[in-house]
Design a protein around this ligand. Structure first.
Ligand SMILES: Nc1ncnc2c1ncn2[C@@H]1O[C@H](COP(=O)(O)OP(=O)(O)O)[C@@H](O)[C@H]1O
Ligand SMILES: [Mg+2]
Length: 215
């Protein structure tokens, strides 16, 4: 049952993790079973792979090798976390998913589209998200937020990429939204978190027919 699978996508500092929390809170208040999770990671084995990817230890493998690791992590994450939650009827809110692979390893990363597509099909099968929220904002705004959040922590392997790469990723997410308008909703991430949360709630309530429950 893949009917309540919502993914959050966008660049560094776009507000994905913040908005996953806000939406989970709203849904739980209404009495829904909600699982929040993230990629890379979301299960013990996938979190171990996350460490390899974000630390840069896997970087010598090249973009293809990294893409295989993302796919391997995703296979475990789906089996251990996403599938069981969907099967019991929960909303699953996931911070990044397959669109991030399309954008970071494909598109802006240079991995050819055929390989990206093959890996996606192998990893997720028919489990495309029901709804994908793409948080859009200027690259410099997101990076400044990410930097403020990190304090003295150094940027991770992907945050540390050049501004032009971040810009290409932003355009990549917007292109996915244009190509799959039934699945994707682009939300302006520049306003304060509560305002962004309202816009997301309006879209989710509409998509899942929840308005009546909030009145
Ligand atoms: N709408 C917003 N306006 C200003 N700051 C925000 C907003 N949303 C999130 N933040 C802050 O910006 C930083 C990055 O947000 P986060 O949700 O972690 O982004 P992401 O998960 O997309 O990288 C955090 O410190 C968060 O508190
Ligand atoms: Mg985050």
């Amino acid at each position: 049952m893949a009917g309540r699978f919502i993914t959050f996508e966008g660049g560094e500092g776009a507000g994905k993790s913040t908005q996953v929390r806000l939406l989970a809170d709203r849904l739980r208040v209404l009495g829904f079973d909600v699982t929040t999770t993230r990629e890379p990671g979301g299960s013990p084995t996938a979190e171990a792979i996350r460490g390899l990817l974000l630390s840069g230890r896997a970087r010598p493998l090249g973009v293809l090798g990294e893409a295989y690791l993302f796919a391997a992590a995703r296979i475990d994450h789906i089996a251990e976390t996403i599938r069981p939650a969907l099967d019991r009827g929960a909303f699953v809110l996931c911070d990044r998913f397959t669109d991030s692979t399309r954008v970071y390893q494909g598109g802006a990363g240079g991995l050819d589209p055929a390989t990206v597509g093959d890996l996606e099909r192998a990893a997720i099968g028919a489990l495309m998200p029901t709804m994908t929220i793409i948080l859009d904002l200027p690259v410099h705004v997101g990076l400044a937020r990410a930097k403020a959040r990190a304090g003295t922590e150094p940027a991770d392997r992907f945050e540390a990429d050049a501004i032009a790469v971040h810009e290409a990723r932003r355009q990549g997410f917007l292109a996915i939204a244009r190509a799959e308008p039934e699945r994707c909703v682009v939300v302006d991430g520049t306003a304060d978190a509560q305002t962004v949360g309202q816009a997301i709630w309006a879209a989710v309530a509409d998509r899942f027919g929840l308005e009546k429950r909030t009145r």
